[in-house]
Write a protein that binds this ligand. Sequence first.
Ligand code: CTP
Ligand code: MG
Length: 557
Amino acid sequence: QTIIKTGKRQFYKNLLKSSHVSCKCFNARKSSDVSRKFISFDEVVAQRRTEARQSIVVQVNSEASFNELYGYCSKYATIKGIYHYKNSSQEHFMLIEFDSEDNMKEVLRSCSAHHKDLDVMALKSPFLWFRAAIGRKETFSPPTATLLSLNSSSLVDEDVMLQDMVKCSTVSEQMQLLYDRTFLNDFGTRLRYIVARQLECVLQSLYANIAVRPFGSSVNGFGRMGCDLDLVLTNVVTEDMLDASRRLVYQDKKCEGGRSPWQRHMESVGELLELRVPGATRLQRILHARVPILKFSHEYTDLECDLCYNNMSGVYMSELLWQFGALDPRVRPLTFAVRRWAKTVGLTNPHPGRWITNFSLTLMVLFFLQQKSAEGCVLPPLKDLVKRAGKEDVRITDESLNCTFLRDLNKLPVECYSQKKASLESLLLQFFEFYSQFEFQDKAISINEGTAVRKPNGLPLYIVNPLEQALNVSRNVSFEECERLKLEVRNAAWQLEGFEGQKEDDWGLISLIEKKSTRGLKKLLRVGNSHRLISVKDLFDDTEEVMSENNLRSKLQ
Ligand code: CTP
Ligand code: MG
């Protein structure tokens, strides 16, 4: 279903291996790049931002509008790719990528604004709608490109995935399947960058040199379909701005009043979100927190967004996690399995509170993979990446946080990583065993050192913040939750070991990621009822409803 195919296959293959982004979205690169094993995070981000700058999202009546829209836009510009998707309100959209930004601007120049309602101020953004043709429809010959149809969230059908897992022959295969079906794909990533671009367009009309970048799970390689969109607003200082030879200088506007200027800017960004950003809705202002945040939903893309200001350490943290994930192909599938298991047993929770977060769990997985065994280790400690950093890697945030570490992984000697040749299955079991024996009482987890360090205080769980080592990223975790974590890792190890050789319908990973309250029922459905069109997920997943098997049998009859 690739829409437009570009050349340099080998480069894309490498890219796909290292970054898990779809090859069809990348422009052709220099042939010298082909020999590089790793592409850098900055290169991926730059490419994604370019893609977003040359893309629009058009609301249409239905999939049937494809030919007409394609024909209409082709009059103005060359189309590189086109996707159709439906959001949760069943509205239809086409994401169109053009050949270049100039190309897209030609299309935008041809756009009109809807002038029926005089209270609505016209605005320009990458989100548009396709008006029905007036009078006789123009005829367009069908384009040669095919259309890829998706849901905005592209959430997988859980029942189908679990059924496919039953058929796998190893736990490793099940883990790979979970990862392949649920990781944030190319389309999901595109939508996220377009939303960032939309905000950037609105804010750039008011603020010089502003950038809006996605960070967190949307870009760190550990995101799953449907994850939230963390965005950061940064003030980009360019070389031109620092050039002392330029004698005419813009007057600044100093913020009057006692409050922090950024709190006030964020307030005004909040107003703009409400007034000037089509699709942004249900805005919540959380401006008195340590990191002030604007939360909103984006209804055209079904994304839950968190926008903060100047949190560059969050961006560098995403880069760091992305790098660790790129170093070895087992890192991301293992993390997905652990995070999914933690969700199932209720260790993580969508609401903030005393629970461990996905971010902390990811650090726990990375730390485990840094442990040396007879076979070596999978990942190096962060201090190795810091030691090997060059001048080009220096990054100091406005808050003086030193986020310097090696960015070009091609410079890392291969003996520093990927040594342990264990299968995913064996790593998962070892992960649970490792934390079953971890001395949480006295020790802290530090991916900087790659070994356990002394806990500086009595907090139940201590995970050193890799970029701000005086902080504990799991300081919110309560004593009870930490105890539950210890108990659940033991249970998981026991469960996984117990399944060795046996192949029940809930064998291997399924037993760890399927809720106990619905397992019996789902198992029953899988056995002999797989042809029935019943979505057990819809019936039970979000409820704690427990039905007896007899009850279910009678429902199925
Ligand atoms: N972050 C950080 N320090 C913390 C918490 C978060 O630097 N103590 C940064 C990380 O880069 C993290 C990002 O903020 O990835 C977003 O945090 P959050 O949304 O909580 O986690 P995600 O990694 O995005 O995972 P999820 O899919 O659960 O949203
Ligand atoms: Mg997030």
